[in-house]
Design a protein around this ligand. Structure first.
Ligand code: NAP
Length: 494
């Protein structure tokens, strides 16, 4: 096992993947580099899994589902997931250091990416244990006479889980643990920029739990085609995916031939409607913070701020001050709440979209470039663009950087229309003192989730997901568990 300390706090994760109970390298021994985005240095390596490795992992998951008791033994699954929870807790510090190293997530805000998902393992174990897998719906009149009907909830089968790099450990857990507790077997394919949040999870499962070989597999790779192979494999019954809308479309197409069940959590371009009675001094500093924490690499970030025209200049001034004073830099410094972008490519994409906004007439109020005091690391200044045309690229495309765009509106109806002028429908935000009015506006936003006055919609007990091109299906809540089950209706004699 690789366990290299490369500097203060920095930690390289395990290089290996987990296939059929074995922690292993790919047959050729090929590896790829993992770059620390805060210093642009190679932090370590990961084995470079292939399409053949993926085929072996899917085969192992298929056998474990078809030939073992995993799908039928609820008590054993509860035991294993309770063990997993305890093992992750023992590894908490290591997982946090791996996360900060490979993502550049500030250690100060890593709790939601490490501590919360570990708690969620316990939640799903308890939820799954208490779940009613057999529901008697009583007697039904039929042309053949009365019939009793029962619904038996059964696991879907082999689940392929594909995750992105922005919140890798959280999503590795969120996509796989409810699937496992529901009795499925799983193949996890983490993002190539963040392989260790997946490989460490595999190592912990193999070394510290009784989860049987084949039930949980992790294949890490630097090749997109390996995720493609998972989503097209006819032995896979379901794909659970979090990532971009473009990849979501490719996954839907790949699964079409076998009509694969697909759960998709995709991109977003959320709007924040600031009503004219809002408390600007509370709503707007919070909006600026949301844009910068995680370097803006959050799917639910309300990145399009809509301000009432009569209070527009006041709002811009508060946002400008907030963004100019936001603490960012070295993710290991507990005073910082914004780190680097994940990669040079992502930084170039963010800077390109800022430039396109300016070209299309937006006014650069602050930021807009690489900070002079941070020449090393993929940093971007907190950036505010005002007077943004709602049809321009910067208002339509997901930026995934510490960037807010601001557009003025004249009426609540116009604000709702601008908010809904998007292919995305993940989340949104409304600020206003009159909560009933804010609620009415929230109900008109075509999104899966909305927060009012900063009160979070997001949590393990509430369904979360997107409308329009932001996704299909829901994570979290009772619905999120049922996504990993099929309800079989059985008609039987009275
Ligand atoms: P991405 O490029 O779509 O990649 C996501 C995952 O899909 C990675 O593991 C990637 O592997 C894999 N992949 C790439 N091409 C594939 C293909 N043809 N078939 C199967 N898998 C394939 O997304 P990302 O850039 O990592 O993540 C950022 C995106 O995720 C943003 O759009 C963000 O909004 C979204 N996101 C959504 C949510 C939500 O809950 N709705 C949460 C977090 C993030 P490689 O790494 O090898 O390319």
């Amino acid at each position: 096992m690789t366990n290299v300390q490369t500097g203060a706090g920095v930690l390289a994760g395990d290089e290996r993947m987990l296939i059929d109970g074995e922690l292993r390298h790919t047959a050729s021994g090929a590896k790829f580099d993992v770059i620390d985005p805060a210093n642009e240095q190679v932090a370590g390596q990961a084995t470079d899994g292939t399409v053949d490795d993926m085929a072996r992992a899917v085969g192992a998951a298929r056998r474990a589902f078809d030939e073992s008791d995993w799908s039928r033994d609820l008590e054993f699954r509860y035991h294993c997931l309770t063990q997993l929870h305890d093992a992750l807790e023992r590894n908490q510090d290591r997982l946090r250091r791996v996360l900060v190293t490979e993502v550049g997530c500030p250690v100060s805000v890593s709790g939601s990416q490490i501590d919360s998902p570990i708690d969620e393992v316990k939640h799903w174990a308890e939820h799954g244990k208490a779940f009613e897998y057999l529901v008697d719906t009583g007697m039904h009149d039929t042309p053949m006479g009365p019939a009793r009907r029962k619904i038996h909830y059964e696991p879907v089968g082999v689940v392929g889980a594909i995750t992105p790099w922005n919140v890798p450990f959280y999503l590795n857990i969120a996509e796989t643990v409810p699937a496992l507790m529901a009795g499925n077997t799983v193949v996890l394919k983490p993002a190539q920029l963040t392989p260790w949040s997946g490989s460490e999870y595999g190592r912990i499962v193999a070394e510290e739990t009784d989860i049987p070989p084949g039930v949980f597999n992790v294949v890490v790779s630097s090749a997109n085609e390996v995720g493609g192979a998972l989503s097209a494999d006819p032995r896979v019954d379901m794909i659970t995916f979090t990532g971009s809308t473009a990849t979501g479309r490719a996954i839907l197409a790949a699964g079409a031939a076998t009509v694969k069940k697909t759960l998709l959590e995709l991109g977003g371009k959320s709007a924040h409607i600031v009503l004219d009675d809002a408390d600007f001094n509370s709503a707007l500093p919070l909006a600026a913070m949301m844009a910068c924490v995680m370097s803006g690499q959050s799917c639910i970030l309300p990145s399009r701020i809509l301000l009432p025209r009569r209070r527009y200049d006041e709002g811009i001034e508060i946002l400008k001050t907030s963004m100019e004073n936001f603490p960012y830099g070295d993710p290991w410094d507990p005073g910082n709440m914004q780190g680097p972008q994940i990669s040079d490519g992502q930084r170039r994409k963010v800077l390109g979209l800022i430039a396109s906004g300016i070209e299309s007439g937006a006014r650069l109020v602050t930021g807009g470039g690489i900070p002079e005091h941070l020449p090393v690391g993929y940093y971007v200044q907190p950036t505010l663009l005002a007077d943004v045309d709602p049809d321009s690229r910067v208002a339509q495309e997901e930026i995934f950087g510490p960037v807010l765009t601001v557009t003025a509106y004249d009426s609540d109806d116009e604000a709702v229309a601008i908010a809904n002028n998007s292919i995305y429908g993940l989340s949104g935000e409304v600020s206003g003192e009159d909560v009933e009015r804010a609620f009415a506006v929230a109900t008109r936003m075509r999104t899966g989730n909305v927060s009012i006055n900063g009160k979070s919609h997001f949590g393990i007990t509430s369904p979360f997901g997107g409308t329009k091109q932001s996704g299909l299906g829901r994570r979290n809540g009772a619905e999120g568990y049922q996504e990993y089950l099929e309800g079989k209706t059985i008609g039987m004699p009275a």
